[in-house]
Design a protein around this ligand. Structure first.
Ligand SMILES: Nc1nc2c(c(=O)[nH]1)N[C@H]1C(S)=C(S)[C@@H](COP(=O)(O)OP(=O)(O)OC[C@H]3O[C@@H](n4cnc5c(N)ncnc54)[C@H](O)[C@@H]3O)O[C@H]1N2
Ligand code: MOO
Length: 413
């Protein structure tokens, strides 16, 4: 049986980029840049004031101190958006935050640091200062935030609100993004019922796997469609495979293990699919199957137990989607265990876990009770997966453990 790492390498070997399209910048939230996004402007694009106050020529203030304050007549008043191309540099210019620095002026003193002398109309006509200014005081220089030509987001970046703001500021109104892969999902098993408003017959269960898959895709902005249940019907499986759709990835739940009605591997082969792997050294989800159908669609046969399905989605399908979208491998994070933990066997374990903060703000990881792959109830408490490698068996309190968020694509990760 292959290892998880080998399985990921086999998936990578089959992954080709998605097609791309241009979208309005404001529609790009959560989408993946299909090319580097490059600033079109210096930002700020002009030197401007960081404070409401008075622009001065710093050199004219060098001899100023508490004993010998200096007075400057005020020549103009600039709101943000006003431009003053020439002014007498021996005077002061009243200036608001964001207004372009008048040419030749190189420092701003905030209004609360000056004594103002007003005329009978209440207008400031003169200011008195009692300390010298340095060149650049309270000035925001052109290009200090972004330089024209600077990369805002590299290809494969998931665009979050920060990227949208940066694109807007640098004059980008459209961006090239990858088309999300369309997903098609069905379940197997004649025991599995979608008739939630009808009481279960003896031996039946309600379908919980495909609702889980569908809502995880929905939360990630990935279009996914439910094709229904095929029961244990082999012809229905073949018919479902042959429905022509725009899907890039087909996912089934169940029928990939050793049982009499676990017909998926054989029928895939008979229908011209290439089985890339079937069975990976992981727990839960060991019987997972990955194939490429004869028309090029990717096929994941997820084991039917609910947590095996969840693991297949999170740790096999999500990496394929990242690869199709040019995203770098997911950066995993680590947390300290709250307790000792013993793993049996030599499989990589994906465990239902919870990250909590204590009273000192320290985070700790708890591996939850109820790790059996049929148990859905611990999903109510879990907020992350704990990943324990093949060779890690004895873990002690405070050991560092790899964790992954439950969501497929948490923003900014
Ligand atoms: N003799 C062996 N038996 C099993 C093995 C094995 O190696 N040898 N592996 C076990 C493991 S591990 C898993 S996981 C399961 C996977 O089996 P299948 O993928 O063939 O899945 P099914 O048998 O069809 O179903 C398993 C389980 O999941 C329930 N199920 C299926 N679909 C849904 C759904 N949509 N919603 C909720 N629950 C679903 C199904 O009723 C079964 O209880 O095989 C073990 N057996
Ligand atoms: O590995 Mo199965 O996926 O535990 O129940």
């Amino acid at each position: 049986m292959i290892s998880y790492k080998e399985a990921l390498a086999l998936i990578a070997n089959e992954a080709n980029f998605q097609s791309s399209r241009r979208v309005d910048r404001n529609e790009a939230l959560g989408l993946i840049a299909a090319a580097d996004v490059v600033a079109q402007l210096d930002v700020p694009s002009f030197d401007n004031s960081a404070m409401d106050g008075f622009a001065l020529h710093a050199i004219k203030t060098v001899d100023t101190n508490r004993q010998t304050p200096n007075r400057f007549k005020v020549s103009h008043c600039l709101a943000a958006g006003d431009v003053l191309d020439s002014a007498d540099q021996t005077l002061a210019v009243e200036i608001m935050t964001g207004a372009k620095m008048p040419s030749g002026f190189d420092a701003v003193i905030p209004i609360e640091k000056v004594n103002t002398i007003t005329n009978e109309n209440g207008e400031t006509v003169e200011i008195e200062i009692n300390a010298p200014l340095q060149i650049g005081d309270n000035v925001r220089y052109a290009g200090e935030d972004f330089k024209s030509g600077q990369i805002i987001a590299t290809k494969g970046t998931r665009l979050h609100a920060g990227h949208i703001a940066a694109m807007a500021a640098t004059g980008i109104h459209e961006v090239t993004v990858f088309n999300m892969p369309e997903i098609e999902i069905f379940t197997t098993g004649k025991e599995v019922s979608d008739a939630y408003h009808v009481p279960l017959k003896d031996g039946e269960i309600y379908n919980s796997n495909t609702p889980y898959l569908l809502c995880q895709f929905k939360a990630s902005g990935i279009p996914a469609m439910y094709m229904g249940s095929i029961g244990d019907d082999e012809q229905a499986f073949v018919d479902t495979l042959n429905v022509s759709t725009d899907a890039r990835i087909v996912i089934s739940s169940g029928a990939v293990s050793m049982g009499k009605w676990d017909f998926i591997p054989d029928l895939l082969k008979k229908n011209g699919a290439r089985i890339i792997f079937h069975g990976v050294g992981i727990k839960p989800g060991k019987p997972i199957l990955f194939a490429v159908l004869k028309d090029g669609r990717y096929y994941f046969g997820l084991p039917g137990n609910p947590v095996s399905t969840a693991v297949g989605l999170r740790f096999f399908i999500q990496p394929l989607i990242r690869m199709l979208l040019g995203m770098p491998p997911e950066p995993f994070h680590y947390a300290e265990l709250r307790h000792d933990f013993q793993k049996k066997g030599d499989l990589r374990n994906f465990l239902k876990a919870r990250l909590d903060s204590d009273d000192h703000g320290q985070t700790h990881l708890t591996i939850l009770d109820g790790q059996q792959s049929f148990k859905i109830s611990p999903l109510l408490d879990m907020n992350c997966w704990a990943i324990i490698n093949e060779r890690q068996n004895e873990l002690c309190k405070d050991d560092s453990v790899c964790i992954a968020p439950m969501e497929l694509f948490p923003m900014a990760f």
